[in-house]
Design a protein around this ligand. Structure first.
Ligand code: ACO
Length: 347
């Protein structure tokens, strides 16, 4: 890391730097699980799932083969480093967005730093449910712009399958989610035209009851929710309430960010959105009159992959040449918390 210019009193003086995406990578478990596979485990149908969610297939980790949040995060960051032509030792910091850390201690980010061979750099888990990656992009930008860091890996990795029940009792959630990881590397650049244009980060803790994973039978079930042993460590979601919230919030936060940036919807080349439900995404696309190519959808193949969703889309879009340097790209997410946020970039 190059020395940070300091002003008297030890206060760091922000240098004039831009921030660029230096590399991107992703990883999926080896095992795809199709709707027709789920039909054998629970009372559901391919038709019901496709109609309500747009999902045909998702990937689920095989823990007996060593697949986990950590293994996927490691693979995705390795791929991002290769894409950036960087060595692990070139990184200054890792932010790992996840709500499915291997354990509550240690932070999974510390093990990730060790797995990739990045030495003793700072490594932090960021927990903001499906918003974790988008929140982390905004935080990484601030840390680089302040002059404190020059190269930050921002990773989103989740294996929500460990909190799902693949039978009738869990059919309303297990059909939705998939496991994955995606990683980007943000770097300081002398080109000050590159970086964040506008962002938003919001939460409403009054709405936590709409999406939660209880840890304790005695303490974690809110009033009016029936507590049971079977629900402990299983995703509890009021699907209809989250759906309604998401449709309004998605459009609202995109508009707020466009207004802050003084831009119109079609001034943005690509909207890279959290893949929660194809119907929520197409509603947002229609609301802003965007053509199909500007708001990417891959939920049909991978389901809702929580904090991995946005960087996984970005990797696919970059590899296929649909997202490239010089474009304006808006990242958008919402999720448990409830949380919602954006990150609008000049690449
Ligand atoms: N197969 C067949 N029937 C089902 C299934 C299933 N897998 N799951 C539920 N049903 C039944 C229900 O029991 C219900 O039956 P009933 O009317 O006899 O009671 C009926 O289907 C309708 O159920 P709803 O839950 O009302 O269905 P809805 O149309 O709302 O669709 C869905 C459910 C797909 C979950 C939708 O509400 C949704 O997508 N919500 C948004 C969820 C979301 O985005 N969550 C991610 C947040 S991101 C994060 O931070 C983790």
């Amino acid at each position: 890391m190059s020395p940070v210019p300091a002003i008297p009193g030890g206060i760091v003086q922000p240098p004039s730097v831009g921030v660029r995406f230096a590399g991107v990578g992703s990883a999926l478990p080896s095992k795809p699980v199709k709707n027709t596979d789920l039909e054998k485990l629970m009372d559901t149908s391919d038709e019901w799932i496709v109609q309500r969610t747009g999902i045909h297939s998702r990937y689920v980790v095989d823990r007996s083969r060593g697949e986990s949040t950590l293994s996927l995060a490691t693979q995705s960051l390795d791929n991002a480093l290769t894409d950036a032509h960087m060595k692990p030792g070139d990184l200054d910091l890792i932010l790992l967005a996840t709500m499915t850390a291997e354990m509550s201690c240690p932070p999974t980010a510390c093990r990730l730093a060790s797995e990739i061979g990045a030495g003793t750099i700072g490594a932090i888990d960021v927990t903001a449910a499906c918003c974790g990656f988008v929140y982390s992009l905004n935080m990484a930008y601030g840390l680089i712009r302040s002059g404190l860091y020059r190269s930050i890996a921002v990773v989103g990795a989740d294996t929500l399958s460990k909190y799902l029940q693949y039978d009738n009792s869990g059919r309303s959630t297990s059909i939705l989610f998939g496991d994955a990881a995606g990683a980007t590397i943000l770097r300081a650049t002398d080109d000050t035209s590159k970086g964040l244009i506008a962002q938003a980060m919001h939460s409403d803790g009054n709405r936590w009851v709409d999406l939660y994973i209880p840890e304790s039978l005695e303490h974690d079930f809110p009033d009016g929710h029936e507590a049971s042993d079977e629900k402990v460590q299983r995703v509890q979601m009021n699907g209809r309430a989250v759906f309604k919230f998401a449709v309004g919030t998605f459009s609202g936060v995109i508009q707020q960010t466009l207004d802050d940036a003084g831009l119109h919807a079609d001034d943005v080349d690509m909207y890279v959105c959290h893949q929660s439900n194809a119907r929520i995404l197409t509603a947002a696309r229609d609301r802003f009159g965007l053509d199909q190519d500007r708001l990417y959808i891959n939920i049909d193949r991978v389901g809702n992959t929580v904090a991995a969703s946005v960087p996984l889309c970005l990797d696919e879009l970059t590899k296929s040449g649909r997202v490239k340097e010089g474009q304006r790209v808006m990242f958008v997410a919402f999720g448990g918390g409830l949380t919602w946020g954006t990150s609008l970039w000049q690449l």
